[in-house]
Design a protein around this ligand. Sequence first.
Ligand code: NI
Length: 222
Amino acid sequence: MLICIPDILEWPEIKKIRAAIESGKFLDGKKTAGARARRVKNNQQMDRTTDAAKEVKAAVVAALRRNKTFQRVALPKTIRPPLISRYQVGMNYGLHVDDALMGSKVRERSDISVTVFLNDPGDYEGGELVMSSPYGEQEIKLPAGHAVVYPSSTLHQVAPVTRGERLAAVTWVQSHVRDPARREILYDVYRMRETLAKLHPDGEAADLAFKTHANLLRMWSE
Ligand code: NI
């Protein structure tokens, strides 16, 4: 299940983040890629050790944590410190799958990949996030502050930027529910539950939907 979530970041936050990025130091993105992804990764990433980068990372994680849709879709157990990436003209990230285990001290499994767009589609040409699926390719390019959330098991790429620059924060979630199909069922039942509770707040169906949602979550969460 691929889901686009609007307005993860509010405009004042985006402005603050962009100011931090402008003053930030960027390094070759290959430094944070696995051996195979390194062959096709051609972008820049903000130096993670700087105060500016720490400020941006904290703002993005806080924004994800407070977003109700993200919480329901991702069921996050842990959220990795985001990478702030920049693609200038000619840069791209070829077809790859994200690493399954991340972190040098505590290893966390990546169940869900998240891209939060930090500038607007009009600021650059190219730079689409392209997902490969059995149904063909899907291109995603969202307004600043919006996010796309997709299973980390998917092959994907970032198309070459041909004008301007593309700014994004990317991060990974270890979910309480590792199976994407189960997460999708939980999200469907959650929405069903909410609709029933609104339409028939005192009805048995709402109680059963709440019970089913709680018990599926109990059965599948880890
Ligand atoms: Ni990736």
